[in-house]
Write a protein that binds this ligand. Structure first.
Ligand SMILES: Cc1cc2nc3c(=O)[nH]c(=O)nc-3n(C[C@H](O)[C@H](O)[C@H](O)COP(=O)(O)OP(=O)(O)OC[C@H]3O[C@@H](n4cnc5c(N)ncnc54)[C@H](O)[C@@H]3O)c2cc1C
Length: 448
């Protein structure tokens, strides 16, 4: 089987050099950090992006590559619609290499209750101007060739798209660098420099950088980093398993999912397969700390979660991971440069079986690779994009909750304008950090 394409063994492509000072430091080289740096550089700000491992080494290369408006929280939907416009212009800049294809997203229902859930989302989404349509069983059968599963129908958004994550995000980083962003791999940010109650810079493993603002886009590591500075983000992570098949004939041009499995064809002719909902959760100190806040989503999602008593060593919420460290010593971020979880063998087997049962004419899929990623999530499955009132100069851009790839270019533009003090063009109230502490009811976004 093919090893995952980005790892610690991948040669460093972005080597700085690290400046002594800049306007903004971005922590984390996933799609959110990269697109924030891109947009900050375009606004003429001096920006340095520090990545502890490799650009897109974590979630931003490991995801399914879906760029979807369908099923989004209505706070995110306008930003996602903007993001789709950015993806289209990015695909003009980078051409075929990005793997951008606008072939639609289809959700498939096995029950009338699922159809009702789809219809409820579609009815509300209509006012945003999205081209989402309900599909009858016959319409589904016309679009998806040779499926044996007796779906009741589906929800389809023709303008939804996909791209090839592990190629796309490093290319976007090249675009950010070409616009003037300094990008430094193998460069963990250990701590913030704070003076007079505000951020004045960062301490990295390669030295200090003085700056006025820091954007924390650290994915699954953000809560660990922020907490060490007294900022509580109730973020947890779940392990999501994915696999890639050898090339197979096309059964559907777009991306599709039901409750058992999700599939979409990749640029190499194989399929990216994944479970519809199943994932693994490793219990750690943050799970206990935030248990109450997660009750609403747990109630909805309990059966698809397999619980494990502990995460492997050096994971962000492993029992042994230090919560405090000295800025002049190795930090937890350097101990795990690229978080590369083992895929779940049980999930791989189940998904292959579901795919083969649905498309018997394709035979049992031969796998070329299997991998996993730690999805960083929030109690309401909606990101945090906000300034930290208690620590001026710190901006949070994290908790993308399993759908940050598609919205990355949109949020990158929004976050850059937030940092620059410009009008962001969208209402960011839904993404405020204080929603977890100001007595607001936790309102989970649609887990469609
Ligand atoms: C299996 C799977 C499937 C998914 N499918 C989809 C999908 O189809 N569509 C979709 O829209 N989304 C999907 N997602 C979600 C999407 O991948 C993420 O929401 C998105 O990539 C998050 O981007 P990010 O930049 O916030 O985080 P990441 O990509 O995780 O990047 C964070 C980076 O920060 C770095 N970092 C952390 N701490 C430090 C530090 N102290 N110093 C320096 N660097 C640091 C890390 O090394 C990491 O590279 C999926 C995710 C997974 C795992």
């Amino acid at each position: 089987m093919m090893p995952f394409p980005i790892s610690e063994a991948t040669p460093v492509r972005f080597a700085g050099p690290l400046p002594d000072a800049c306007d903004v430091v971005v922590i984390g080289g996933g799609v959110i950090g990269v697109m924030t740096a891109w947009n900050l550089a375009e606004r003429g700000l001096r920006v340095t992006l520090c990545e502890k491992g490799r650009i897109a080494g974590e979630q931003s290369s490991r995801n399914w590559g879906w760029i979807r408006q369908q099923g989004r929280d209505f706070g995110e939907l306008p930003i996602m619609m903007e993001s789709l416009r950015h993806w289209k212009s990015l695909s003009q800049e980078f051409g075929e290499a990005l793997g951008f294809r606008q072939e639609g997203v289809m959700y498939l229902a096995r029950t009338e209750a699922e159809m009702a859930g789809f219809e409820a989302w579609r009815a509300e989404a209509r006012s945003f101007g999205v081209d989402t349509e309900m599909q009858s069983a016959g319409q589904v059968a016309e679009r998806i060739a040779g499926a044996a599963t007796p779906w009741k129908g589906g929800l389809f958004t023709a303008s939804d798209a996909r791209a090839e994550p592990w190629v796309a995000v490093p290319l976007l980083a090249e675009g950010a660098q070409a616009r003037g962003a300094v990008i430094v791999e193998n460069c963990a940010v250990r701590a913030l420099d704070i003076a007079g109650g505000r951020v004045t810079g960062v301490v990295t493993e390669q030295g200090r950088i003085a700056c006025d603002q820091v954007v924390l886009a650290g994915g699954a590591w953000s809560a660990l980093f922020a907490r060490a500075h007294g900022v509580a983000i109730p973020q947890l992570s779940v392990r999501a398993t994915v696999m890639a098949t050898e090339p197979l004939p096309q059964v559907f041009a777009g991306n599709a999912a039901d409750d058992a499995f999700a599939f979409r064809r990749r640029a190499d002719g194989g399929y990216t397969l994944a479970p519809g909902a199943a994932h693994d959760f490793f219990i750690g100190p943050d799970a206990f700390r935030n248990f109450g806040l997660y009750l609403p989503v747990l109630k909805k999602d309990f059966r698809s979660t397999k619980f494990h008593p502990a995460a492997p060593s050096h994971y962000p919420d492993a029992w042994g991971t230090p919560r405090r460290w000295a800025a002049d010593a190795t930090s937890p971020f350097e101990r795990m440069r690229v978080l590369n979880p083992e895929p779940s063998a049980r999930i791989v087997a189940d998904v292959c079986q579901s795919f083969a049962a649905c498309f018997p004419h394709l035979g049992a899929p031969k796998l070329k690779a299997a991998w996993a990623g730690m999805i960083d999530t929030m109690p309401d499955v909606v990101p945090v994009v906000d300034r930290v009132a208690a620590l001026p100069g710190l901006v949070l851009a994290t908790g993308m909750s399993g759908h940050g790839f598609g919205i990355g270019p949109g949020f990158g533009r929004v976050i850059a304008d937030l940092v620059a003090g410009n009008d962001t063009g969208h209402d960011l109230h839904r993404f405020r950090l204080t929603r977890f502490t100001d007595g607001s009811k936790i309102a989970p976004g649609p887990s469609l």
